[in-house]
Ligand binder design. Structure first.
Ligand code: HEC
Length: 412
């Protein structure tokens, strides 16, 4: 009886884990599709705006024209200004893209980081914060980031970009410093990405759609139109496109521990921003108006590569605990079984895992040996495994793994 009921409980737990994976898969799918739609639209509009030619017919309500070839025909696009009393029969509003990207992203954040806060959100070697407090810090970063950015760009300083831009970058660095000193490295990078993504979505909801709505209302009622509203909306749209590439970079960085473990993290974050924003500038504006942008972008890339390679280049700083006798295979297996194979096994026992993550298994000596290089990188050099050190691997055990790898991972 006892066996049967615990079997049922296990089956229910496994079903829960399968459903959680499906939910994660579907949310990611939606998030990426919605993000492509949002970013694709906004980059296309930006591109059109910066490639409009003067209207050959010189009509006053036409801001510019362009011609785009696609599907065997060409589109004759005219950008028309809103004029009182004259509106087209139908206007397409772009709000669903940003909203669905943000919503699916926030749900993913909850599903992955907040529901498994022990493994992914916190790292005991970074801080001893509780999961609940870490969630509060995460949400605080996202909300606080928006409030600070929005407050700053509402001040009269908005006309002094040479002051406001470096100040904004400095605040970004501070957010990165805070995040990487409280949350796990991976969660810190994700939260900075989520913070920037939230700023983008909130820009759409607060500064892009409502002013345009007011302009359309005025046009519909035949009232005079305040064109400065459109200029303001466009400024925030432009900010958004500068955020786009850094945000995508931060989201992808989740799968590259070499990036989110590079030090100092605040500098890595700024460099990501410069690299992404610079790439956007070159793509839509070109390098000619500001060669410095191309130089800054290239420099950011070079420094980033250097920062990520530095830990591997400076192997000499290995602590003395690392020196000692070559451990036997059974010593190594004992460590891996206790600290890793609870997840990395054909039959994982860690709650929430029905299959070994990314199919990495450490059940046999051959499997362990084949993985030796990756185990060394993840558990010894980057210390990103076990996630959040959930299985409490010790520094001595990490050193033992290193000695075994350095001796060529002998199978005896
Ligand atoms: C709580 C479960 C869990 C534990 C315990 C765990 N891992 Fe992982 N491991 C994961 C997950 C999830 C992934 C996939 C995500 C990622 O790569 O960060 C992964 C991926 C990996 C990968 C493949 C990705 C790569 O970079 O090659 C290696 C290697 C790895 N882990 C090694 C280890 C080692 C070594 C230990 C023990 C010191 C360990 N893991 C403990 C969950 C775990």
């Amino acid at each position: 009886m006892v066996g049967a009921s615990s079997g049922r409980r296990e089956a229910a737990n496994n079903m829960e884990a399968v459903l959680a994976e499906w939910l994660g898969l579907l949310l990611r799918w939606i998030h990426i599709i919605a993000g492509i739609m949002w970013i694709g639209d906004s980059l296309l509009f930006m591109w059109i705006d910066s490639h409009l030619s003067p209207d050959p017919q010189r009509r006053s309500e036409v801001a510019g024209v362009t011609w785009l070839i696609h599907g065997g025909g060409y589109y004759h696009l005219e950008k028309r200004l809103l004029v009182p009393g004259r509106l087209p029969p139908r206007l397409r509003w772009f709000w669903l893209e940003a909203t669905s990207t943000w919503l699916s992203g926030f749900l993913l954040l909850i599903l992955i980081y907040y529901m498994s806060a022990d493994a992914y959100l916190i790292d005991r070697s970074v801080s001893s914060i509780t999961p609940a407090a870490a969630i509060a810090v995460g949400v605080g970063l996202i909300v606080g980031g928006w409030l600070l950015y929005d407050g700053l760009w509402r001040t009269p300083l908005v006309n002094r970009p040479l002051i406001l831009l470096p100040l904004s970058l400095l605040l970004l660095a501070a957010a990165g410093y805070l995040a990487t000193h409280v949350l796990s490295a991976r969660a810190a990078f994700l939260h900075i990405g989520a913070m920037l993504g939230t700023i983008m979505a909130a820009n759409v909801w607060v500064h892009i759609l409502p002013p345009q709505y007011r302009m359309v209302q005025a046009a519909r009622a035949g009232r005079e139109i305040d064109y400065s509203l459109g200029v303001h909306a466009k400024t925030r749209s432009t900010h958004n496109t500068y955020f786009t590439f850094p945000v995508i970079f931060l989201m992808i960085s989740q799968h590259f521990p070499v990036v989110f473990t590079a030090q100092p993290a605040w500098l890595v974050l700024i460099l990501f921003f410069v690299l992404g924003a610079g790439a956007r500038h070159i793509m839509l504006v070109g390098v000619r108006p500001a060669r410095t942008i191309a130089a800054a972008t290239a420099a950011a890339l070079v420094i980033l590569v250097y920062l990520t390679a530095r830990p591997v280049l400076s192997q000499r700083s290995t602590p003395p605990a690392v020196y000692g006798p070559v451990p036997s295979l059974s010593q190594v297996r004992a460590v891996l079984v206790e600290r890793c194979a609870v997840c990395h096994s054909e039959t994982p026992v860690m709650p929430g895992f029905v299959a070994p993550p990314v199919n990495v298994k450490m059940d046999t000596p051959q499997q362990i040996r084949a993985l030796a290089g990756r185990i060394k990188i993840r558990a010894v050099e980057q210390r990103t495994m076990p996630p959040g050190n959930i299985t409490h691997i010790t520094d001595e055990e990490r050193a033992l793994l290193r000695r075994w790898m350095d001796a060529g991972a002998p199978l005896k």
